[in-house]
Design a protein around this ligand. Structure first.
Ligand SMILES: *Cc1c(COP(=O)(O)O)cnc(C)c1O
Length: 377
């Protein structure tokens, strides 16, 4: 008890583990630098806390998706940090981006022109990253556009190019031929901008080998310990999610459970209702699949996951082992985010990034726990 309502459950973020994962990856990719991708509130974990901890670990380059996310972490970062905005310049917000010193990832010629226009207005070069599409067809400029910019003699007066980047479509499939294709295209573009630092790899890309490290690796998921990054140190899991029990009952054969009565008991069952649902990011596709855990005992999800709660079968535990207000594990030593993703038919990125705002969040670093409660209490 800490005097705060606990929300739907407890999300524990081990910032020591995040820092250790960053340090291991940074050592592995050196002399390239390692940047932290902390978009989507640091994959659902709490971007300001993660950013501050990584800054203490020596990280000075941060990537977010949106300007709003840049503003959220700028509050806690020292001005010695670079904050890159991956989704590009938001029309109308160029002056704000420039005032705050954020580095937009320019993804299209119109964004380059808008940023140059502002630079002319302000009479100084503005910092920018250029993203080149080397084959993913998602974000970035085509190769012709890169050639045009490279040959544009006045570009350097308006843009201080801080990064040339691209993104791999198949980095998680090391044998996929697209990796080498994208690498070759990127190397060709890079030769047009020899003085600009270059970056191609995300977490999975860092494992493809030194040829993919260039000057900067953009690590997201690897910081949170659910992926193997090929470093000598094995990744430390940084996330634990525990759900609170809000009611316990026993049902008899023939009783139905939850919406659609999708589960009908065939034997007596003891059920615990957990105060977490799809509004908290727990996938509805886990209805009747997947589980919670308690001290290594699997507690299968029965019936449908609702918006704010779901039901698990606790019959495998001795009676009285769990009561109202107790916690069971959803992500932790018994079940990783990857396990949850496998049950839900998705990837661990999605499981983490969708974690909602109603959890009590515990950030642990050097033995000190900082508690953030939903509702701001
Ligand atoms: C999200 C993202 C990353 C980080 O990806 P991880 O797989 O989490 O390491 C890197 N670069 C870009 C462009 C991204 O969108």
């Amino acid at each position: 008890m800490n005097g705060c309502p606990g929300g739907t459950g407890r999300l524990t973020v081990d910032l020591d583990a995040v820092r250790a994962n960053f340090a291991a990856l940074a050592a592995h990719v050196a002399p390239a630098a390692c940047a932290a991708v902390i978009k989507a509130d640091a994959y659902g974990l709490g971007a300001p806390f993660v950013a501050e901890a990584l800054h203490r670990q020596g990280c000075r380059s941060f990537f977010v998706a949106h300007l709003s996310e840049a503003l959220a972490i700028a509050r806690v970062l020292e001005p010695d940090s670079d904050i890159f905005v991956l989704n590009g310049l938001e029309p109308g917000y160029e002056p704000l981006c420039a005032d705050r010193g954020f580095i937009p990832v320019l993804n299209a010629p119109e964004q380059v022109e808008a940023w140059r226009g502002l630079a002319i207005e302000r009479g100084r070069a503005l910092p920018a990253a250029l993203q080149i599409d080397t084959g993913m067809s998602r974000l970035g400029m085509d190769l012709d556009c890169a050639v045009r910019l490279a040959n544009d003699a006045t570009l350097a007066e308006q843009l201080s190019l801080r990064l040339l980047m691209t993104h791999l479509a198949c980095a998680d499939l090391p044998d996929h031929p697209a990796n080498a294709d994208q690498l070759a295209r990127f190397a060709a573009v890079r030769s047009l901008f020899p003085a600009v630092p270059a970056s191609i790899a995300n977490s999975a890309g860092a494992v493809l080998g030194g040829g993919y490290h260039f000057d900067l690796v953009r690590a997201g998921l690897a910081l949170f310990g659910t992926v193997s990054t090929g470093t000598t140190a094995s990744p430390l899991p940084a996330v634990r999610l525990d759900a609170r029990i809000i009611q316990i009952r026993t049902i008899e054969p023939g009783d139905g459970v939850g919406y659609g009565l999708a589960h009908i008991a065939s034997t007596p069952q003891r059920l615990a209702t957990l105060g977490i649902g799809y509004a908290d990011g727990w996938p509805r596709s886990l209805s009747g699949r997947g589980a919670a855990w308690f001290k290594g005992v699997r507690l299968p999800i029965v019936g449908r996951v609702s918006m704010d709660c779901m039901t698990v079968d606790i019959s495998a535990l001795p009676e009285g082992a769990l009561g109202h207000g107790d916690f069971v594990e959803l992500i932790g030593p018994s079940q990783s985010a990857v396990d949850v993703a496998d049950d839900a038919g998705t990837i661990d990125h999605e499981i983490l990034a969708r974690l909602g705002t109603r959890f009590q969040r515990l950030f642990i670093e050097s033995g000190v726990t900082d508690i953030q409660s939903p509702g701001g209490l």
